[in-house]
Design a protein around this ligand. Structure first.
Ligand SMILES: [Fe+2]
Length: 378
């Protein structure tokens, strides 16, 4: 066994077949994998083995999650993409899974399939990637080198054996259940973070405490009423939970001012939409949450802000949040005024239906309230 900087290296002398000691190590790995009962253990064994048996500088274990590649585990000299999801069409593991074949890339800077912006921040220069289950890929295993190099046939062979063994081990443990539970945990963590952020905004403006959360619930329910698929409804709810996040940059005394605002003060408050966008624009939410929030004060006829967008220029998600925002605000008490109430809120929305607010969205809310006795939770 040769020692590399950070990992031990097992390499064969024959370029066409794994050497005996590599085979022995592989057999041990196969035995370990057959005795594992959970996905995390499979991924841990594989990522360690990939580095040890190929002598590479990094290894990733990628799971297919619908149309996304989930970089579930890694073992590398410096961090790569653990915990991130990328659309299948933009990452190399997606290419490997869609084309059901391995790939070797000697120099990532000379391959069109590589999203260079994502790789530039990493040590990676060369890579090899194989699908897990070639006929119907459920994931991929990759190994990476920090220098330009051509992986040997033996190294690729080792990757194939590990991928095949991982596939069997994953079948044995019912990996789909594990992926679902990991995804649930991740979503719960995202929700927790967003709610915390929402509360931080509300600390500045306690009068509107719970406003964003309730707009989130109402937006979700309206999207369901419109027949949107559950995932899209869920992402909309998340966007709505932080739709006023930019208010964190507005002076508290302005947000809570009980008397009428001057035009200058109102102008300052209006900047919260663009500030929300700035805060969230670089966060990868798999949905244009920042753009949706930027548009939540736009109105169909172009009278909204910040850009005076009209009709189809406004995202459907932003149109729903706009209606939910008005409805929630008008049905909630404020210390300086009683709630105008549900009837007044519906009247305002119906009067401006098709002018300020999207007709289909307003109709969905009216159906919920009038026909289904919808009530917003406290
Ligand atoms: Fe707002």
């Amino acid at each position: 066994m040769l020692q590399n900087n950070n990992t031990s290296v097992l390499v064969g002398t024959d370029a066409c077949a794994p050497a005996l000691h590599v085979m022995e190590e592989l057999l041990k790995v196969v035995q370990q994998l057959s005795a594992t009962h959970d996905l995390q253990a499979v991924m841990d064994i594989v990522r360690h083995s990939v580095r040890e048996l190929t002598g590479s500088d990094g290894a990733t274990f990628v799971l297919r999650d619908g149309e996304f590649c989930y970089y579930a585990e890694e073992d590398a000299i410096t961090p790569l993409w653990k915990g991130l999801r990328f659309p299948m069409e933009i990452c190399i593991s997606g290419w490997v899974m869609r084309n059901r074949q391995p790939t070797i890339i000697e120099d990532i800077y000379h391959d069109d399939r590589i999203p260079i912006d994502v790789y530039r921040k990493t040590f990676v220069r060369s890579l090899a990637m194989v699908p897990i289950k070639t006929n119907d890929p459920i994931g991929a295993i990759g190994c990476y080198w920090s220098k330009v190099c051509q992986p040997t046939a033996e190294q690729v062979q080792v990757l194939h054996v590990l991928a095949d063994t991982a596939a069997i081990a994953m079948d044995n443990i019912g990996y789909q259940e594990s992926i679902a539970s990991q995804a649930r945990q991740l979503e719960e963590a995202i929700d927790g973070t967003l709610l915390t952020v929402a509360k931080m905004v509300e600390l500045k403006d306690p009068y509107t405490s719970g406003h964003q959360r309730r707009v989130g619930i109402l937006s979700y329910d309206m999207a369901c009423e419109l027949g949107w698929d559950k995932k899209r409804c869920e992402m909309l709810r998340r966007a709505a939970i932080v739709h006023d996040i930019g208010k964190i940059g507005i002076p508290g005394e302005l947000l809570t001012k009980p008397s009428k605002l001057t035009p200058q003060e109102f102008g300052l408050i209006q900047t919260h939409a663009a500030m929300s966008y700035d805060i969230l624009k670089d966060v990868n939410f798999l949905m244009p949450i920042a753009k949706i929030i930027l548009q939540h004060h736009e109105r169909l006829n172009g009278s909204g802000y910040p850009h005076g967008l009209t009709g189809e220029q406004i995202l459907p998600e932003a149109k729903i949040i706009a209606v939910a925002d008005v409805f929630e605000a008008m049905t909630s008490h404020r210390p300086y005024r009683p709630a105008p109430g549900m009837d007044a809120a519906l009247e305002e929305l119906l009067r401006n239906k098709g002018v300020l607010y999207d007709s289909v969205v307003v109709d969905a809310l009216v159906r919920l309230v009038k026909e289904k006795n919808y009530c917003l939770p406290e």
